[in-house]
Design a protein. Structure first.
Length: 89
């Protein structure tokens, strides 16, 4: 049976992931304002938008989300390990 402290890691990590998703969305919005020259993010279903703009926005959004998620997950694991002296995995 896993240690109680390791079992507590899962809900804390889930909460941090949700917060990280919100943070990633906010970061993307700020980056897109600069990259997209203050135009709204192109939607894939809007055929009046260029395919290039849609794909660039999607790639940028995925990159930012992946970086923020990895950073949050890594930070949570390191913090947990520092406090409990155990690996969360």
């Amino acid at each position: 049976m896993p240690d109680a402290s390791v079992m507590m890691y899962k809900p804390l990590a889930l909460a941090a992931s949700v917060g990280g998703g919100v943070l990633a969305g906010a970061v993307f919005q700020q980056v897109w304002k600069r990259v997209g020259q203050n135009r709204p993010k192109p939607e894939p279903q809007d055929l009046s938008q260029s395919t290039r703009d849609v794909l660039v926005a999607a790639a940028l959004q995925g990159l930012i989300f992946g970086l923020v998620k990895a950073g949050v997950d890594r930070g949570m694991a390191k913090s947990f390990s520092k406090v409990t002296h155990k690996s969360p995995a």
